[in-house]
Design a protein around this ligand. Sequence first.
Ligand code: BDR
Ligand code: CA
Length: 315
Amino acid sequence: MNVQRIIIDCDPGIDDAVSLLLALASPEVEVLGVTTVCGNIPVDATTRNALTICHLAGRDDIPVYSGAVRPILREPIMAEFSGGSGLGNAVLEAPVRKAEVLHAVDYLVKTLVEAGERGEKITLCAHGPLTNLALMIRHSPAVAKGIERIVLMGGAFRAGGNRTRTAEFNMLADPHAAAIVVSAGIPITMLPLDATYQAMATPERVEKIRAVPGKVAQTVADILTFWDRKDLKRYGSLGGPLHDPLVPAYVIRPDLFTIESTFVEVEWRSELCFGQTVADWYGRTDAAHNVDVVLGVNAEGFFDLLTERLASYGN
Ligand code: BDR
Ligand code: CA
């Protein structure tokens, strides 16, 4: 098996937590480290939650690096639905360790520059605001040589926004950072709301997870029950879209997804469209394609994968 080495940049966050648990249970990827960013909640809390989730997974060996405390230019915004700790109503064992001393951006720069010098490449999985990644690119553009691809959750095209009429949360939370990342010339796969709205954690799918014995599966069933947004008009079914776990799922099983390559820009000048992702679907510019946008998800295949991997934790 060709094991892909990955780093996960995140802001846990309920769906971020499920993403970490999926990646940590998947032999197709080796998680080198987790970096955290201010997003759903302040970075101290996202860092603590990342440590908590690694502990739940029995993976206190995974280094966690705390990152940017605020977006590059705009004021921080916090997600509406994550609950007090950011992990819903789950009662979880406290982490037994602290984050590494090295800052997340310094870790990313060091790891990726050194990998590039050795002729190796690492995949970056990102499902929070892109502040750490933008700072890393501005700090040392040479990181590009050590990056296989950035696979990120963010953006909204035909789906429209989830935090404003035009913008998805991760883009809105730091549009300047997102603009830096998509224009950096690094291969990018983007999972926008158009894709993630196809991966609904319906009551039936959550019940299948609840039927799996073991602490990890039970915790995921609990936090996904909390996640249930009952917004039929917006989502077309009961449950909430499981945005972030699609990122490791794409790395592990790209056959479950369909993509369209296009030119994408992130808007940061306009008030109405602040954080909007804009694609050139019909070739109205001469710009080179910079993003593979995921537009189709085999949702049953994804939930089967997730359920199987949660079962692999055992009791
Ligand atoms: C994104 O916003 C966050 O709240 C979720 O974790 C996800 O990364 C969806 O818009
Ligand atoms: Ca997230």
